[in-house]
Design a binder for this molecule. Structure first.
Ligand code: GLU
Length: 385
């Protein structure tokens, strides 16, 4: 048996904690939430929780609030526009319905549920993160299934393409999951973008998600028709960096979770990275979006990529955006993102010291400065952003 098949079998047999993400396209039909689908999924998850020898915890990341809200409003002849405020309003209408539908579905199989709404801001504040982790820990102890969604109504960066895929990867690290399952409307990952008259083959495995050319495979970030696979693979890449595999499954296929746990080769298996990054580095890179960037020269790119060095002022060619000391910034080389890191300098100071040697930096800013603009300990190369 090939390595990845053995790996898949072993993880499915031994995983203790699962993060399962479900997209709106799986949970909703033309008339809003499809309670048959929710009932069926709740039943399957309960079978896994009760029959599996290993699985003890399941955390759900469920989309569907906006779609549910739109369908409720349409019954009152209201059609919300597509702008952010309208979608946030629709999410506020729909979140209650979504949660009610999940609660009813799990009630039928004797499981309690909990609603947890999070925004990107919650990940920036350590105390909030700890509170969330403690809450999940209690919920799991009580046998309750937490159902997480983005708190769309207050989220300023919210409701962008793929938010809940990103949220699911953060949940993997927060609760220490051993497997992420992403239920999508597609049968798995297509090797190239599907066309109306031609469905390419489904990849049974993605060996190294970091090396995939997502733009070529998924036809760019915003192409619909691909089941939003771009953001699913980006999320899988983050999980892979933490050493956690992702199983991408066709969420509307009958008994798909049970079949996967019974050993059927359904969907796409995304293998974990060989060297897991620490949770500290993971949070550093993904708890917030980068607010600026520095462009580096050949020598600097080589020092970072090949020699594991820190980023020094001398290798910086250009700085873009306005940021403070301590902000997350992107490192760019020849138009390509090399990674992200925490800047020891504000952007205006980098503007003054770019390209300079340490002694020249001291002459401008004084000598009580960090030698590095980004220390290698505060740097994540190949960040999935
Ligand atoms: N939070 C949104 C919703 O519940 C979905 C966002 C997403 O799917 O990424 O409708």
């Amino acid at each position: 048996m090939s390595d990845w098949k053995q790996e898949r079998e072993k993880v499915l047999a031994e995983a203790r904690c699962l993060v399962i993400k479900m997209g709106s396209a799986v949970l909703t039909g033309p008339d809003g939430l499809d309670s048959n689908v929710l009932d069926d999924l709740a039943y399957q998850m309960t079978v896994i929780l009760t029959k599996s020898q290993s699985v003890r915890k399941i955390l759900l990341v469920s989309s569907g609030a906006v779609a549910a809200g739109r369908s409720v409003l349409s019954r009152s002849d209201i059609t919300p526009a597509k702008d952010l405020a309208s979608r946030q309003g629709a999410a506020a209408v729909g979140q209650g319905r979504l949660m009610q539908a999940w609660d009813e579905a799990f009630h039928k199989v004797g499981i309690n549920t909990a609603q947890v709404l999070l925004t990107q801001d919650d990940f920036r504040v350590r105390q909030r993160l700890l509170n969330a982790r403690n809450t999940f820990s209690n919920l799991f102890d009580w046998g309750v299934v937490p159902i997480v969604n983005e708190n769309d109504t207050v989220s300023t960066e919210g409701l962008k393409f793929g938010d809940n895929d990103a949220l699911a990867s953060l949940m993997v690290t927060l609760v220490g999951a051993d497997l992420m399952i992403n239920l999508t409307s597609a049968p798995g990952v297509y090797a190239k973008p599907p066309k109306a008259d031609e469905k390419p083959e489904i990849m049974p495995v993605v060996e190294n998600v970091a090396t995939l050319d997502l733009d070529a495979m998924c036809g760019g970030k915003t192409t619909v028709g691909t089941g939003g696979m771009y953001s699913k693979l980006l999320s899988a890449r983050r999980a892979a960096q933490r050493g956690v595999p992702t199983l991408i499954l066709p969420g509307r296929e009958h008994d798909v979770l049970l079949r996967a746990f019974d050993g059927e080769d359904v969907g796409t298996w995304v293998r974990p990275g060989k060297h897991a990054i620490s949770s500290r580095k993971f949070w550093l890179a993904y708890k917030s979006a980068p607010v600026g960037m520095v462009e580096v020269d050949d020598g600097c790119a080589e020092a970072l990529l090949k020699n594991g060095k820190s980023l020094l002022p001398g290798g910086i060619l250009d700085v873009k955006g306005t940021f403070k000391k301590g902000d997350l910034i992107r490192i760019v080389y020849k138009g390509k993102s090399l990674g992200v890191g925490v800047s020891n300098y504000k952007s205006a100071d980098i503007e003054r010291i770019k390209g300079l040697k340490r002694i020249e930096v001291a002459a401008i800013l004084g000598d009580a400065q960090y030698p590095e603009v980004i220390h290698r300990d505060n740097l994540l190369l190949e960040a999935a952003i």
